[in-house]
Design a protein around this ligand. Structure first.
Ligand code: IMP
Length: 419
């Protein structure tokens, strides 16, 4: 048995969904532990695309249990929509999906506050997904949040009404926005809860039992630089996306963790606002965005593109105790004659978003297709050199290379479950 932690090394959208899908072939469980439906994990199986926001990517495998751990914030309506659309595609849910009773729920007022706050911040906004993630985590930390377990103790109605009254006060008096109809919201959430209540349980014990006896994948959402403590604060999400978040958000006994797999895209992207030292505001950046289909899976926003930032990659390796990397979207760079790797820069200025002394090394591109290649030796020489250079800079092996969106388009250089 072996337990693998999958973490995005930069600002999310590294292609974690696809790698989870590839590995879940041999996994008994797949566990989400932070974030919520701000995530968008895209999977392509036999040409059919599925985008998951809240449910772990392992759900598409018949023999893989899917667990939404206590650290995830849950929108009941988004959860039910996702369940319904998976069921329509013939995916079995009922005996496979487990949701922690300690998950905090996203109220309609959390969404309204998220949107109102972003509007008020105007050009200084974070560029959130507008899903209510930040306000829900705020209420969790301030100990007034609403958890799934509250539905069972008859305090849900009064507790959530009180909290939404407080939110409505801020919406009305501070942001001058419309208030949310509390009675309607409470009734709707009760209806949504009844649909999933049989899936709700204490998942901490289940996580530790499964991770002691079988193969588990812990699926991080967002990426290391969006971590509320270690990322590009304040342009971050509101959870710990790194190794620490895995432990608090699932209850995993740390000694059961065998392997941290960092997911790194062959170039770097960011969606939302905030600093991005290696960003390409030119034709190359626009071409990479076009070739890579770089549009947000959750909000449809254009992703900003730039050269691979290896300064961040090295930090990610250190922070997450990364044992090996999965390099994704290598094929997107197939047409470039020159490729740069960002290796260093000075301190980021958060007022101007500028970064002094950004240093690159330049390499020759391979200018030939790598799409669908399954064997490392079949890659063009310059593609191998690019991969080996990244390994050298961050002193970490690239164990998996993804050469296209489909689950079959992959090069496996290491048997990660055997580690
Ligand atoms: P929030 O998580 O909606 O509060 O958004 C905070 C920041 O995280 C924004 O810059 C979002 O664009 C970014 N973000 C949140 N979820 C994702 C994701 O799954 N992929 C990439 N960026 C994300």
């Amino acid at each position: 048995m072996s337990n693998i932690f999958l973490v995005g090394t930069h600002w999310g959208d590294e292609g974690k969904g696809k790698i989870v899908d590839v590995l879940s072939d041999r996994a008994d469980a797949c566990i989400r532990f932070q974030g919520g439906h701000n995530a968008g994990h895209t999977l392509v199986i036999n040409g059919v695309t599925t985008i998951l926001h809240l449910i772990p990517s392992g759900i598409l495998r018949d023999n893989c249990k899917s667990i939404i751990g206590n650290g995830v914030v849950v929108s009941l309506s988004a959860l039910n929509q996702e369940i319904e659309s998976l069921k329509k595609s013939g995916i079995k849910i009922d005996t496979k999906l487990f949701i922690s009773k300690n998950c905090h729920i996203i109220l309609p007022t959390h969404v309204a506050l998220d949107v109102a706050r972003e509007q008020a911040l105007a050009e200084k906004s974070i560029g959130t997904t507008g899903r209510g993630i930040g306000p829900t985590y705020e209420d969790k930390v301030s100990r007034r949040g609403i958890r799934l377990v509250d539905f069972e103790s008859n305090i849900f109605e009064s507790k959530s009404s009180d909290l939404m009254s407080y939110h409505n006060f801020i919406l009305d008096k501070y942001y001058h926005q419309n208030k949310i109809d509390i009675e309607k919201a409470v009734n709707e959430m009760r209806v949504e809860y009844e649909k999933v209540k049989d899936l709700v349980s204490d998942t901490t014990h289940l996580v530790n039992e499964l991770s002691s006896n079988s193969n588990c994948i812990f699926e991080g959402a967002q990426g290391t630089m969006l971590d509320v403590d270690h990322g590009t604060y304040p342009y971050v999400t509101s959870s710990n996306t790194t190794l620490a978040g895995l432990l608090s958000g699932s209850g995993l006994n740390v000694s059961n963790l065998d392997y941290s797999l960092g997911i790194v895209k062959a170039y770097t992207t960011r969606v939302g606002h905030g600093p991005f030292p290696s960003e390409l505001n030119n034709e190359i950046g626009r071409n990479i965005a076009k070739w890579g289909g770089e549009k947000g899976a959750t909000t449809g926003r254009d992703r900003r593109c730039g050269w691979l930032d290896c300064k961040i990659l090295k930090e990610s390796v250190e922070l997450n105790r990364i044992n090996g990397l999965a390099l994704t979207k290598l094929d997107v760079l197939d047409n470039l004659d020159k490729i740069k790797i960002c290796i260093d820069y000075g301190d980021i200025n958060y007022q101007t978003m500028s970064t002094p002394n950004v240093k690159y090394i330049e390499m020759n591109g391979w200018e030939s297709p790598t799409v669908g290649i399954n064997n490392f030796n079949d890659l063009p020489l310059n593609a191998k050199k690019y991969i080996e250079k990244i390994e050298e800079i961050c002193e970490t092996k690239i164990a998996i290379i993804s050469t296209g969106p489909d689950r079959r388009q992959v090069i496996s250089r290491d048997d990660i479950f055997a580690k």
